[in-house]
Design a protein around this ligand. Structure first.
Ligand code: SF4
Length: 331
């Protein structure tokens, strides 16, 4: 049993492989025990994700319905007015969220009027007492500093998949671009939210490799979203098989063991999971979920807040209240 309060950054691929490949129940048991050493297992952080600019993205992430090049049913929406975003944030707070994440379908942040408006939104949401997170694409260090000064708590930038499999999924940027942005976020003193997606056609080795990259960072991401591919009609991955729940549980449990202090987020794909399946993910160490208004997570379906609160009640869970410098989100 790895019941220890030590955070390691020197994991080897072999060690993570051994953890990941254990019999599932043994893996879940270890993860659950470690989870209880580091976290209050009865608390789940609820994060609301709002798409503040939707669709029309020049990138070609093959899982994403917001890429302009794919013919999907997603309705393109330019940057929302600041007042609208603040109204959404107020509502999120009222319904139990302690964190509010704003997502814009951009390749990268540009120093223009839209970025000035994002800065205003960050200030406004921060003033409400919510942890504020953004996911806006690639970011320079200077832009990260501006966001930090406005009160940004976390920046989401997922690795998506392993370095080895990256080119199969995205051709318009490189894995190193992701790492650079994460480093810029760190240098600015913003917490990092970074995880990935399973179900893209990657192998177990790719999943282990992605976890290795995250778990050997100088500082672990404070938040690690684990997403199951949400298959969007019109994208190259629309016909991929549904992610097996035990693969999700295995991934979450391994993430929990190798990054014990991080918040592990059960992210996209919850709509296709039963309450029992989600309970397994919480047992394996997930301690955060996304909610989205109108029962969507960005542009894909997600359980509604009422349904989630009922699940919490059934499982004896409560929403985590805002903590200083605990983190999160997904793009
Ligand atoms: S995941 Fe983000 S960067 Fe990739 S296409 Fe979608 S919106 Fe653009």
């Amino acid at each position: 049993m790895r019941n220890t309060k030590i955070i390691r950054h020197d994991w080897t691929k072999k060690e993570i492989e051994e953890i990941y490949n254990q019999p599932l129940l043994e893996l879940v048991y270890q993860a659950a025990a470690l989870h209880r050493e580091w976290h209050n297992a009865g608390e789940i952080q609820v994060c609301t994700l709002l798409s503040v600019k939707t669709g029309g993205c020049p990138e070609d992430c093959s899982y994403c319905g917001q890429a302009a090049r794919y013919h999907t049913d997603i309705k393109v929406q330019s940057l929302l007015p600041t007042e609208t975003v603040i109204a959404h944030a107020k509502k999120a707070k009222e319904t139990g969220s302690s964190r509010f994440c704003m997502a814009a379908a951009w390749r990268e942040v540009r120093n223009n009027r839209d970025f000035d408006r994002i800065i205003e939104m960050v200030k406004g949401v921060n003033d409400l007492g919510l942890e504020v997170c953004c996911t806006l694409g690639m970011l320079t260090e200077e832009q990260a500093v501006r966001l930090e000064e406005a009160g940004l708590h976390a920046y989401n930038h997922n690795l998506d998949t392993s370095e080895e499999y990256y080119d199969e999924i995205i051709s318009t940027r490189k894995f190193d671009n992701r790492i650079n942005t994460i480093q810029n976020v760190r240098k600015a003193g913003i917490t990092v939210c970074s995880g990935g997606i399973i179900g893209l056609g990657e192998t177990h080795k790719d999943r282990i490799s992605m976890l290795l990259t995250l778990a050997t960072m100088e500082k672990h991401p404070e938040s690690v979203p684990v997403n199951a591919l949400a298959r969007v009609k019109g994208t190259p991955l629309e016909n991929n098989p549904k992610v097996d729940i035990w693969d999700m549980v295995r991934m979450i449990a391994t993430a929990r063991i190798v990054m014990p202090s991080s918040v592990v987020r059960l992210s996209a794909g919850r709509i296709e999971m039963t309450e029992v399946e989600q309970a397994w993910c919480f047992m394996a160490g997930a301690n955060s979920i996304f909610t989205g208004e109108r029962e969507t997570l960005l542009v894909t379906p997600n359980p509604g807040v009422t349904e989630d609160m009922q699940m919490f009640q059934n499982l004896g869970l409560v929403p985590m209240i805002k903590k200083e410098k605990v983190s999160s989100c997904t793009h």
